[in-house]
Design a protein around this ligand. Structure first.
Ligand SMILES: *Cc1c(COP(=O)(O)O)cnc(C)c1O
Length: 437
């Protein structure tokens, strides 16, 4: 019997994050201040974000950035995460492909988001910040941040989209269990919220309203910073622990991937798994050409159908202008269950890499994603997050091509989270109520 799970010893865990910006041949274009149209400086970003995160955001010089000792210590609570060979899925598909997945669902919060919540709270604490704030739609980022903030003794205020708070009540219970204050957005607690409610008392809320409120709270409260769980380059940086571990674990398995696959919302789990492997390509260190595949929902197809242009990162237009593939910051994605993938833009690093042909996007209809998730659950015994189902569906497409050609390709995908708090989505799918939107 060949080995199924691969884990690293504590001594082998990464001590540095990989900053791909430093090694890209075409650097990402600068973020622009929307008023002056000049490149933003880290001091400007630091009005909203922790200063160290603001510096990391714009760092195109250092390929390796030390992970603070304290952050390494907290990573050891749940890292390394297992690299797993999906023998049962391979068998069910009858494919000659070797399928591996990096299981980021096995931490107490259930998704990869914790990998960035920990360093963001650490830097805030170091810099004398006492409060952190954010918005959350689906709730994964809000949950990870609430826990990380509590462990660093920071107060955490989360604005959750009002409608998703009502539809998914346990999400806010999770955040409140970790000690966060959760407010449905739009709320009467901010100027922006009051204006929205005055104009429309029944406004259901959106990520746009929640971002506006969180940013307003951060800019009007002393010692309060705003945090983001995806899209930004410093978040991608923190997530590279995923791929750096996977690199060693694939070596333990005696294999090298032909394809590296992840679902795509704002790009953080994709970047986390892919960038350390893409480094081999950028530096010409490996003869094999890896096919990097980002799987997005058909209903929010910025990679395959978006335009490369300067756009805001949020609906309200508070962020700098970002050079990226986008569907427009006023794009309103359909209400699919993969809440974490309902984002209009692709982030600046991934957008440049896509433009330069290092990777490709594929889009997955909602029903295909749940078909894939169900097959994965029934074979490997893990119920995947609706977001992760997109990566599984893209992997299955590749595995089926291998079946036709007889190629024994090595496919590696990221299981970004489990779906145990998304059972209402599975319930509708099993009842036949889900549609392709
Ligand atoms: C947030 C989330 C995503 C999407 O975000 P990325 O930044 O694209 O990784 C994917 N999967 C899960 C489980 C999430 O919580």
């Amino acid at each position: 019997m060949k080995q199924k799970r691969f884990l690293l010893d504590e001594s082998e865990l990464p001590r540095q994050w990989y900053n791909i910006q430093a090694e890209m041949i075409n650097k990402p274009q600068p973020l622009l201040n929307p008023k002056t149209k000049q490149p933003v400086k880290s001091e400007e970003l630091a009005h909203i974000f922790a200063l160290e995160c603001a510096k990391q955001e714009l760092d195109t010089q250092h390929a390796w950035i030390d992970i603070p000792e304290e952050v390494q210590r907290r990573y050891r609570y749940y890292r390394s995460t297992p690299l797993v060979r999906a023998y049962a899925l391979e068998e069910a598909l009858g494919t000659p492909a070797h399928i591996y997945f990096k299981n980021e669902s096995v931490n107490p919060l259930g998704s990869h988001k914790l990998n960035s919540a920990i360093p963001q709270c650490y830097y805030c604490k170091q810099e004398g910040v006492t409060n952190v704030t954010t918005e959350t739609g689906a709730g994964q980022w809000g949950a990870a941040l609430s826990y990380a903030a509590k462990t660093f003794g920071l107060e955490c205020a989360v604005y959750q989209v009002k409608i998703s708070m009502q539809q998914k009540p346990y999400r806010s219970s999770i955040m409140r269990t970790f000690g966060a204050t959760v407010t449905g957005s739009p709320s009467m607690s901010t100027r922006a919220g009051k204006d929205i409610i005055t104009a429309d008392p029944n406004h259901p809320g959106s990520l746009g309203t929640a971002i506006s409120e969180a940013v307003e709270l951060a800019t009007t409260t002393p010692n309060c910073k705003y945090t983001l769980g995806s899209v930004m380059s410093h978040v991608a940086l923190h997530q590279t622990v995923i791929g750096l571990e996977a690199e060693k674990q694939m070596e333990m398995a005696g294999e090298y991937p032909d394809a590296v696959i992840a679902c795509f919302g704002g790009g953080s789990n994709f970047a986390g798994l892919a960038f350390p492997f893409m480094r081999h390509q950028l530096k010409g260190q490996h003869a094999k050409n890896i096919d990097f595949i980002a799987a997005e929902p058909s209903s929010c197809p910025k990679l395959t159908k978006g335009k490369f242009e300067y756009d805001f990162g949020d609906a309200a237009g508070y962020t700098p202008l970002l050079p990226m593939y986008t569907l427009g910051h006023d794009f309103k994605p359909a209400n699919i269950h993969a809440g974490g993938l309902r984002y209009h833009g692709a982030g600046v690093i991934v957008s440049q890499l896509l433009k330069d042909g290092y990777m490709r996007g594929v889009d997955i209809p909602q029903l295909e994603s749940f078909d894939a998730g169900l097959l994965f659950a029934r074979t490997e015994g893990i119920i995947p997050a609706p977001e992760s189902c997109h990566a599984i569906a893209a992997t299955i497409r590749e595995a089926q091509k291998c079946k036709e050609t007889g190629e024994e390709k090595v496919l590696l995908f990221c299981l970004s989270g489990h779906g145990l708090i998304d059972m209402t989505a599975y319930e509708s799918f099993l009842n036949g109520d889900l549609i392709n939107i």
